[in-house]
Design a protein around this ligand. Sequence first.
Ligand SMILES: [Zn+2]
Ligand SMILES: [Zn+2]
Length: 83
Amino acid sequence: KPMARISVKITPLHPDGTECTHAVRPSGKPRDADSGCTGRRNYAVVCSDCGPVGDPHGLRVLAEPAQSAHRDSHKTALTAATH
Ligand SMILES: [Zn+2]
Ligand SMILES: [Zn+2]
């Protein structure tokens, strides 16, 4: 049975913890002032298989190592399972 493909994403969060799907400028400010976006406060690592991984990070660059590490942990598990 083929293993479902696992994706590990970095999800930006508003200050109240809801997911930010708004377009934002590189500065992190909302692109459209009328969008209702409150800005991106944290970045959460979310795995399609495990859900949220660890605590949210204050900067995207801080979330990236956790994203890579979690993705690698799945690769390792998959490799181990095939041997
Ligand atoms: Zn937003
Ligand atoms: Zn996972």
